[in-house]
Every structure is written in C-alpha cells, then in structure tokens.
Design a protein around this ligand. Structure first.
Ligand code: COA
Ligand code: MG
Length: 300
C-alpha cells in the first residue's frame, strides 16, 4: 500500500481572496495553500488572517488537504498567525524562510504551547519547513530532522537563487544543487519534499519540462500558483498506462522467477534487479493512490 499521502500539486491562493479560496478546491489540486505571507500586503495581514480563520472553520467544501503559509516565525504577524491557525486547524502549517533547526524548534514549542492552551492533543499540528536561501540549504538536514511534526520540507527557488547570486533561467540549472540538498535532507529524515513554484503561469511547456525534471530527481510534489498548472503537474506525477503496464509486467516476471529460482532476470531488453522492482512497486502504489488502478492488485 502507498503509505504516504499523495501530494503532487500544492496550489497557492492569497488569503485575501475569498472567491479564489473557494474556487481553488475544484481544480483537482491535492493540497491548497492559503497564504498569509508574501502574497498579502502588510496592511492586509489582520484581515487575511481573519478571512482564512473563518474559511477553515466554515467553508471547507471538499476534503482537499488545507495548508496555511504563515508569516516568519520570528515576526509578530507570524505569532499571531499561529495563535489563530492552531485553533482553526488546517491540516498543515507551512513556515517560510527557515534557516536553521532553531527556527523549527521554536515553531514546535509555540505549537505545543498553543495546543495545550486550546486543549488539543500535543503534536496534532503538522509542519512543512520552507527553505529559501543558501543558509537554509546548507542546514537542510538538521532542519528536516528538527521536529517530529515536520512532514515535509521544500525549496523556494526565487529567493534561493537570489541569495546565491544566480540568474534565474527557464531550465533551472542554477537550482540543481539546492534542490538536491533539500531532497537528500528529506530522504534522510524520511519525509516528503516539494519543489518551488514555476512563476510563468502561461508557459505550459516550460512547466511540464520543469516538473518532469524535478520528478526525475525524486521530488514528491510541486507548489503551484495558477489553476492551469494543476493538471500538468498531476499528470507528470501520475504513472501513465505504459508505465503501469511495465510495472505490472516486471512484478509478474519477478514472481515467476522466484518460483523457478532463476538467476538473472530480464524484462524485454532490460535486466531487472532489486531497485527496479522497488521502483515498479512504487509506480503501482502511486497509481493506486491516484485512483487509477484498484487497490486489490496485491504485489509485495
Ligand atoms: N487559485 C484559485 N483561483 C485562481 C488562482 C489561484 N491561485 N489564480 C487565478 N485564479 C482564477 C482567477 O481568479 C480567474 O478566475 P475568473 O475566471 O473567475 O476571474 C481564473 O483563475 C483565471 O485567472 P487568470 O486571469 O489567468 O490569472 P489572474 O491574472 O487572475 O491571476 C495571479 C494571476 C498570479 C495573480 C494568480 O494566479 C494568483 O494570485 N496566484 C497565487 C499567488 C500566490 O499565492 N503567491 C504566493 C506564493 S508564491
Ligand atoms: Mg517568498
């Protein structure tokens, strides 16, 4: 069974826009991120917080997973956001600009305090730690491991590339190192990892290439800014018919070979060894989680 929650597409909506907060639930995104941070101007912070609070309490129509991006942990708005959001209970709280493990530890201890105050079970509130500059990338491993609440980390491409003095390109080669550092840290901590937004929301081809690239690197999902991006990203992260057929074929051959006690095993023109079998299983698990194949196929 697929043990991890499917989080291919995480769509941002500014916390100032009630119409889009409702609409966002119907584009097929796996998660919706209600934003209180960078898409909200300083004089709208209080009203956005109230709006998101009320929305979470009353207007969640679908069972889509809801994440709130709060303001920086070391700011007054950040603290006010947490006071409201622990009570409103989104599924996850996403912290921006995380640089070191102390930032996560601080978030963790404030959440613990608030859960006590509101009589919630300790540890209910989950965290995504957003890494956005070279300091955070350099400390990615300690950040990823800093709290049991952390279910994922992510990389913010715009801020990270600015912080290292890189130019941003459509191909994103300047992000290669940061992406891999954050990915390795997530794997070491046994949590998920999400990739930065693709800012040109009219460039479908660019988005597809970018998503294929990060999917091949090993990412679990990607942040999005526009509804048109959802289908592209979901489709890249969902195994297609050919991939499913191949995965089933590999597992069938393995089963048979085990019975026959065969040595080297091949599928079409490929030698099949343990990691390939693991990948085939993962492909089927992803397809099941995405609802493409039924759960009663039972391999492994
Ligand atoms: N969630 C839900 N609905 C969205 C949306 C989003 N993120 N982005 C756009 N829409 C809606 C628009 O309101 C519009 O609806 P309408 O047809 O009912 O008017 C429709 O989708 C088409 O939008 P479009 O005209 O193509 O784009 P836009 O100019 O209205 O919006 C942005 C462009 C970038 C302002 C908008 O996509 C957005 O706010 N994205 C999120 C930004 C964000 O949260 N950034 C922080 C994280 S980096
Ligand atoms: Mg930012």
């Amino acid at each position: 069974m697929y043990t991890e929650k499917l989080r291919r597409s995480l769509l941002y909506v500014p916390g100032t826009n009630p119409k889009n907060m409702i609409a966002a639930q119907f584009y097929g995104a796996d998660c919706i991120i209600l934003d209180l941070e960078d898409s909200v101007s300083i004089n709208q912070k209080d009203s956005a917080r109230n709006l998101v609070f009320n929305f979470l309490r009353k207007e969640r129509i679908t069972d889509t997973e809801f994440i709130v991006r709060v303001n920086e942990i070391n700011s007054e708005n950040g603290y006010e956001d947490l006071r409201a959001m622990v009570l409103a209970q989104p599924d996850i709280i996403r912290f921006p600009k995380i640089e070191r493990k102390e930032d996560v530890e601080k978030a963790d201890s404030i959440l613990t305090e608030l859960e006590k105050e509101y009589r919630l079970e300790e540890g209910t509130t989950k965290i995504i730690a957003g890494i956005e500059n070279f300091i955070g990338v350099n400390n990615a491993i300690e950040i990823a491991k800093a709290s049991k609440r952390t279910i994922a980390i992510s990389i913010g491409g715009e801020d990270y590339t600015t912080s290292i003095g890189a130019e941003r390109t459509r191909e994103g080669t300047e992000l290669f190192y940061g992406r891999n550092m954050v990915l390795m840290a997530a794997r070491l901590a046994g949590i998920q990892v999400f990739d930065t937004v693709f800012t040109n929301f009219r460039d479908d081809e660019g988005l597809r290439a970018d998503t294929e690239n990060i999917k091949n690197l090993g990412f679990d999902g990607k942040y999005l800014i526009h509804p048109n991006q959802v289908e592209i990203v979901n489709s890249v992260f969902t195994p297609n018919e050919k991939q499913i057929e191949k995965a089933i074929g590999i597992l069938e051959i393995i089963e048979k070979a085990e019975k026959d006690e065969k040595g080297v095993i091949k599928y079409e023109n490929e030698m099949i060894d343990a990691p390939i079998v693991t990948r085939a299983m993962k492909t089927l698990q992803r397809a099941m989680a995405a609802g493409i194949i039924k759960e009663d196929i039972n391999f492994g």
